[in-house]
Structures are given as C-alpha cells and as structure tokens.
Design a protein around this ligand. Sequence first.
Ligand code: ZN
Length: 279
Amino acid sequence: MRDLARHPELLSLNCATVRQRWNLQQIIEGCQRHGIRAIAPWRDQVQAMGLDAAAKAIRAAGLAVNGYCRGGMFTSPDAAGRRKAMDDNRRAVDEAAAIGADCLILVVGGVPAGSKGVAGAHAQVEDAIARLLEHARAGGVKLGLEPLHPMYAADRACVNTLRHANELCDRLGAGIGVAVDVYHCWWDPTLEAEIARAGRAGRILGFHVCDWLVPTADMLLDRGMMGDGVIDIPLIRGWVEAAGYEGFVEAEIFSANNWWKRDPEEVLAVVKQRYATVC
Ligand code: ZN
C-alpha cells in the first residue's frame, strides 16, 4: 500500500462534507488553504454559482474534479417520470463534461412509488443507464455506478452490492464503472473478490471514505469521520489499490448533528489529519 501521509495530493473532498456552511466558492478557497487538490461538487451548488463560473473557479484553483454528484434517481411509476429523469441525467452528463469531472456518480433510485419488490426497479435502472450511456459516451463522460448500503434499497438505490454493480457493468459495456464507498460496502463478505473483479475490468472510478458509527442514529445523515467507527479502511483501501486503483481517496461525510455543525476550517483540518493517519 502507498503511504497516504506521503500522498496528500490524493485526498479529495466531497463537498457535502462542508456544504451546510460553505458555498462552492468558499469550498474551493478552503481546499486551497488546506492543500486539498481535488473535489467532488454537487449539482445544486454548481448551478447556484453558475456552471461556467464554477468550472472557471475550479480550474483557476488547480483543483481536480474526481466525481460529479450526482446523476441517477432513474426509477418512476410512470413513463413521464422516467423521461424527466432521463432529461435531467443528460443535463448532468453535460455539466460533468463542462466542469471536467472524471465521472458522473450515479445513485440509481429505489422502488417506484406504488410498486413492491425490487425486480421492477432493477429493470428500470438497467434500461435507463443503457440509454444514458449513449449520451455519456458521446460526451466523453464516464458513469460511476455507486452501490448503496441495502438500507437504501427502497428509497435511494436498488443496486446495493458491488457484485450487482459489476454484473450491470459487464452487461452495459464501455463507459461505465463503479465507485467503491466504504460506508456502503464494508459489511459485504464478497467485497474483496468484487473489488478485484472490478479492477480486472479497469472500472474502479472512485473510492469514498467515512466511517460507520455504532450506534448509527440516522440512516442518511449520521456518517462518521474516518477512524471513529468500525470500518477497516486501510484493509479496503489495500484491496482497491491491489486492484490497480490509483485515483483519489474522497472523504464524504454526511453528518447533520456533528460535523455539519462544526466550523468547516476544523472539519477540513480533521479530514486531512485522519486521511493521513487512519485511511
Ligand atoms: Zn460515496
């Protein structure tokens, strides 16, 4: 494994980590102050700043954009809803290209309202990604499929294991890969094998870190700072690197009652310190 303390340039900040207190311009400046060299911005913050202005500011700051958050939410009970989602996803692809993102992260959507089980959602998601891929390939934007923890299967993402994501990528072909987020995948006994499989296919597009707190107070907004929970982050990072991944390590912390309430200057300092010591 690489010694991350010697590779500070590989740390990326998912902007959600500090976005409650800072707009995108403030995040860009904060990253510069703290020597963070890459970000994963969110669409609403980019749109609030203006796409051109955001792209220009990010470039001027010398920041890489390792991922753009996010596309997906493809599932809908009716065709009109799915069409609307597809139109929005095409715009997200275009924005990702304009901002120079390495990939557009996909959170695929859950079970459509009024239906039961996941089979219908799985079919809608695969069909939608296949169609979005045509647009993404034409625009030179990679799609980063992110499996989410199974507790989100109903409402956020019906792709919940790296195995399922790998199977989809196998069927969908060029232009799509996976984002491995330790928060979503750490519990999976097949994780090491599926990371290796993704690596053989050259499709690991992102590696996201935070931690799983015990107990977890909120399904969405109680993620821990790296080192504060039960995930063996160095172990999983070792698997990802053994699989050939040389990209950014993205800190992504949704924490409504702790880190989001703190001064972002402090949050960035702690992210940097934990990145160097426990990731
Ligand atoms: Zn993630």
